[in-house]
Design a protein around this ligand. Structure first.
Ligand SMILES: Nc1ncnc2c1ncn2[C@@H]1O[C@H](COP(=O)(O)OP(=O)(O)OP(=O)(O)O)[C@@H](O)[C@H]1O
Ligand SMILES: [Mg+2]
Length: 315
């Protein structure tokens, strides 16, 4: 099992679109995939459930927020496995091709309170660091629990900030994928993001020395850090020169690796997130160019992130 965080604190760069589509394509290829929506905006959840379905079937019973509600003294009283849902329509489309499966842990707008709750708990505690530590490692512990189903991949779709949910994802993951637009502001942000992630991991490692606990999934030895370029405009079958310039800068100056395949700008394909509960990756025709590109991106993903099905701890 390989846990990968999809992170960028810059908003609207295509994190959720990447997570939903690569997750769907991996499942179409027979992989067992869990997507976790860590964003109170619920965009990833919306990729798989209509508003009504979510409101009446999911929100009251199974969301990440409800799992966090079970916490007492910083520790969950329920298994995260109880909160997994299996989107019906997307899986029907996946199973036309094989035995893959795509599960989800849905979000809730009220998750935005998590940072505030942690701050309150810390204010009432004699050991502020311990309160933070327990919350930061909660997802890691939950994903490596023995009652979690065996997945090939778990993808963590982070909100556009560096709050507790992003931190919990960074502790839980082995690898980091950073979706970014190939423009000036996004590439400046990538540098900052990379160093923030490293700094955070060092801080967390200090906490582990103090408080102990598991560090499965490579929390101390970061795996791959890879940029994926999204919303790239093309001219004569190549990324526009302006985009290429910034992609080269990131490679040569910031020394950050990126997927060779980029996701092109296509409002018709990706522009209306949540318009269907079946992600474009499962709806495109083989003759569509984007279909080919998503396939190529998934080939790269599988080569960069080999996975054996099993527990997080064993990966
Ligand atoms: N390749 C693309 N072509 C055209 N539109 C896209 C593409 N990728 C994403 N979009 C659109 O851009 C918007 C932002 O995408 P998305 O929600 O995936 O970004 P995000 O980084 O997850 O945002 P946030 O930071 O708010 O979570 C959405 O409306 C989505 O439909
Ligand atoms: Mg998002």
């Amino acid at each position: 099992m390989r846990v990968i965080a999809v992170v960028n604190y810059k908003g609207g760069v295509g994190k959720t679109t990447f997570t939903a589509n690569i997750g769907a394509e991996l499942a179409r290829r027979g992989k067992h995939v869990l997507l976790v929506d860590l964003d109170p905006q619920c965009s990833l959840t919306q990729c798989f459930y209509t508003a009504d379905d979510y409101q009446y079937r999911i929100r009251e019973n199974r969301t990440l927020k409800l799992w966090f509600d079970t916490f007492v003294d910083g520790l969950p009283r329920a298994s995260l496995a109880n909160f997994i849902v299996t989107p019906r329509e997307a899986n029907a489309a996946i199973q036309q091709h094989g035995a893959g499966r795509l599960d989800l842990i849905a979000s809730d707008v009220l998750l935005f309170q998590l940072d505030l709750d942690a701050a309150r708990a810390a204010a009432h505690s004699s050991d502020v660091d311990r309160v933070l530590f327990l919350r930061r490692r909660a997802l890691l512990d939950a994903l490596s629990a023995t009652d979690m189903p065996a997945y090939d991949y778990i993808l963590l779709d982070c909100p556009p900030n560096f709050g507790l949910l992003t931190q919990a994802a960074l502790v839980a993951c082995r690898d980091v994928i950073m979706p970014a637009k190939a423009d000036y502001l996004s590439t400046v942000g990538l540098d900052t993001l990379f160093f923030s992630i490293h700094g955070f991991r060092e801080d967390y490692a200090t906490m582990v020395k103090k408080y102990g606990g598991k560090h499965a999934g490579g929390a101390f030895n970061p795996g791959e850090y890879l940029v994926v370029y999204t919303m790239v405009r093309f001219r004569f079958q190549r990324p526009e020169a302006g985009h290429q310039y910034y992609m080269d800068q990131v490679k040569n100056v910031l020394k950050l690796d990126a997927f060779q395949t980029v996701i092109r700008q296509s409002d018709a394909t990706f522009g209306n997130i949540g318009a269907s509960v079946i992600p474009p990756a499962l709806r495109l025709k083989p003759s569509d160019q984007i279909h080919e590109e998503l396939r190529a991106l998934t080939d790269e993903f599988l080569a960069k992130f080999p996975s054996t099905k099993g527990s997080v701890a064993a990966a």
